[in-house]
Design a protein around this ligand. Sequence first.
Ligand code: HEM
Length: 604
Amino acid sequence: MSTTSVPRIFLLRAGSSPPGRDKRDAPVRFRSRPHAAISTNAYWRKPSGKHRLAHKSSQDPPRTIAVCFSLSLSLATTTAACAAMDAATSTTLLYGALLAAAFLYVATLRRGRGRGEGGLPPGPRGLPLLGSLLSLDPDLHTYFAGLADKYGPIFSIRLGSKLGIVITSPALAREVLRDNDLIFSNRDIPDAARSISYGGGQNIVWNPVGPTWRLLRRVCVREMLSPAGLQNVHGLRRREFRATLAHLHSMASAGKPVDVGAQMFLTTMNVITGTLWGGNIGTESERTAVGKEFRELVAEITEMLGAPNVSDFFPALAPFDLQGIRKKSDALKERFDEIFGRIIEKRVEADQAGADTAEDFLEYMLKMEKEGGDGKAAFTMTNVKALLMDMVVGGTETTSNTVEWAMAEMLQNRRILRKVQEELDAVVGIDGVVEESDLPQLHYLQLVVKETLRLHPALPLMVPHCPSEDTTVGGHRVPAGSRVFVNAWAIMRDPAAWKDPAKFIPERFASQASDGDGGRKVDFTGSELDYVPFGSGRRICAGIAMAERMTAYSVAMLLQAFDWELPEGAALDLTEKFGIVMKKATPLVAVPTPRLSRPELYSA
Ligand code: HEM
């Protein structure tokens, strides 16, 4: 059975206080260890093949140095960039920007004075101007969990001139995401996201709550991502899954290893793009080429969104784009825009020629664009492209990484893998291929998906929220405009809520549980604030229905049709790599062996 890390904040709490807002959330109880000793639990694997918990300091020198280095590099880049301008203008601009940043810093410090009850939440003091920037660990989810050990389930951290507020308990997550839902439902847009999402006001993810956001969400959730909308394109998913099956079979026949995440990314991408604009973008090879290009683009975009950016820490310096992140993001956006433009143009031409075009999501959006919106908000061609971007970026890596984690956990826990296969054999057998319609009967498989999302939430800190006005959480002031992180990763490992929280135990969700938590009933609606893989409240994930089907169907197909082994001499690595979308640090590569009764069953 695997053991992954439990945030120390919960280890401190466990056993010493019952769950409940008053005691568990009292910040004064958590302040014992000096900063240098803060440890975050990292997951690593001994060469012997056994997993164990390791403690790594949140001040881990090489990684801290890496962040410092990247910041110093930015300052060096500024100088280089300035050299290209007229010397006097650049010096004036640079000094002006630094002065503005310093002014903002002092102003926010003054506002934040008086930490403690009724004041800002406690937190590390940090350096003048830079705040805690130089001690940030790139694995923010574990770094924040380590700080929560020391400062409590709500703490504040200054990152340049930005104030971050980090929430690490179900009770406080409820205050933020449910009780004060409307106040906290805006976003603090990173500079890269502003560029990628056509300015921030055009798509769902980065739009503030208002008529446009409501219209866009309604369009997506009702038309594309509702159970009925998904049912309409069930044939498309079946086709894509059969194509994947055939490809995996050819790999298996050749004894070749498969990069599970990469393969599932392509399948998910094809399903999502197929749902968006059907099969009308050209030949099969053109479609494969688009899928491949998207994969690279999505990976680069999520990397840009997760990269520490001086423009976000010091918005006054954003016009200088010191690290060139804005420039790179603009270029990525342009590449996407060009592909979307091509697809839309083809469709519009086909419509004008009176061709019999598909009744897909693109067709619906183009009709809506012609009508100009819903009377409360406009709907333009930019909204069409921004929504396409939301679906492609928000839906692909999240889903395929979850499948990859599920497979990795089961290769680590063979008993669970066998149990899923036994269920598949009982429900489907080996003389046919699993269908989406079999999923409701695959109860144990559903538990595996739930447990995977608990232990490895695709968005460990969700998408940061931003309060529209000053408000109070857990007795502390949370100023308007601060960046609020809800540490879903840490909350879903709270020992007060979960027995053996670091272990992969799907049975904890079974109604007749013999192990784990005695039959915890959870769903994906975010009503239980200790189980929030998709968030909770107004900004909850818009694609839950699709994510649920895609992950379950993928795992079912992979395990019904194949047995899986690691390549000779390879070791399983379950280390996480933080990003806005969390990844496995090393891709899961495994060798499939066919287990269906006849080879013809694998033909697409
Ligand atoms: C396993 C897969 C997935 C996971 C774990 C996941 C998780 C999340 C989370 C945690 C949020 C942020 C909630 C918040 O900030 O409070 C979110 C937002 C969002 N997700 Fe997902 N997601 C997944 C798949 C998808 C898919 C397949 C789509 C669409 C095709 C999608 C579309 C969106 C959109 C549009 C938002 C923004 C909602 C808003 O801001 O109003 N997601 N997702």
